[in-house]
Design a protein around this ligand. Sequence first.
Ligand code: SAM
Length: 290
Amino acid sequence: MDKRLSSHKATMEVVNKHGFRFSKSLGQNFLIDDNIIDKIVEGANAGKNDKIIEVGPGIGTLTRALASKSEKVLVVEIDKSLIPILEDTLSDFDNIKVVNEDIIKADVKTLIDQNLDGGPVKLVANLPYYITTPIIMRFLEESINVSDIVVMVQKEVAERMNAKPGKKDFGALSVAVQYYCDTEIVAKVPRHLFVPQPNVDSIVIALRVRPEKKYKVDNEELFFKAVKAAFGQRRKTLLNSLTSMGILDKSKISEVLLESNIDEKRRGETLSLEEFASLANNINKKLEGE
Ligand code: SAM
């Protein structure tokens, strides 16, 4: 059965029936467009054997579309006033589990073990924008068994995740995401396709998590520290920004840059991920040799 909620009228009927009040601080902007819902489901390649985790189902608009294509959907919603609404709007499905938790605090691995046979899962969501990056980085960094992340985020955030070296949007977030994933823009979503209408436009982006690491990094903590330093002071040369990490003096950083075949006058935003990896590995070697 495909009873859609994704029109302004259907959404407001549900909202009014339950006396629901939108919370701005929880990022509650509900999607009201069938076409975008379909693009998200297609972007996730949702199929009968797929286990899906959706963060922030709202009134269940996207959830219904995902559940009709996949094996099981686990939804995690922080707002307890949405739980009785979801019980109502999702009552004709038997493959959806609703959990009332904060995704930042939830034990996601255990939730996946208990409800989705340990995965692999696809994270599919129209994310609350105030915590987009922490949610995505939790899934990538905490070795959660996730194969695809297909999420609606603020346009500028998607552009940063998708940016290539040398482009103006390329930054620490681009490196962090592309270290784990191949990225792909799925759809551009103007602000008028939400109720209430937000102040920003959105993009649906797909992050395909690579099963194997593409970049050889000996010390991940150091790699991310170097990336952060390289982008921390954008106008500084690499020689100066890396020295400001305070772990090697300027002459040693100069040696490391030479060993990595990177001109010390370059700036962080021009480095490829391979170059960042080689740089971090050479800093690591130097530290170990000290
Ligand atoms: N999926 C719905 C849609 O597309 O219309 C709603 C998306 S709305 C942008 C974000 C949703 O995330 C809201 O339902 C909100 O209550 C929920 N949310 C906000 N913070 C959350 C958190 N920390 N953990 C889980 N859900 C959260």
